[in-house]
Design a protein around this ligand. Structure first.
Ligand code: TYC
Length: 101
């Protein structure tokens, strides 16, 4: 008598989860010139003059504004570059990052 083992056809497919995205947040301060904030937003975040001006004014009025979302490494690199651009000019301009829910 031959012993036949029947294996189920079902394939186990591990769930692939998307990496959590991180927000880059622009914080207001009393010293960095508005036009400089706009220049940094255009250069680091590829925004048009109009978009950059809107984000800058939102941070100016409300204290902070979400600039964009990226994977963690990209968000942290862009926040650091933006903050360093201000630092080089002696401004306290600050970008932070925060994971999305
Ligand atoms: N509040 C600054 C000023 O009046 C301008 C500014 C806007 C600075 C947004 C930072 O994230 C900022 N000169």
């Amino acid at each position: 008598m031959t012993n036949i083992t029947v294996t189920p056809e079902t394939k186990v497919r591990p769930a692939i989860e998307r990496p959590r995205l991180h927000k880059v947040i622009l914080l207001n301060d009393d010293y960095t010139p508005r036009e400089f904030v706009v220049t940094v937003l255009k250069g680091e975040f590829r925004m048009s003059e109009e978009q950059a001006h809107r984000v800058m004014m939102t941070a100016h009025r409300r204290g902070a504004c979400v600039v964009a979302v990226y994977t963690r490494d990209v968000a942290e690199a862009k926040a650091t570059h933006g903050t360093e651009a201000g630092r080089r000019k002696g401004y306290p301009l600050l970008f932070t990052t925060e994971p999305e829910e």
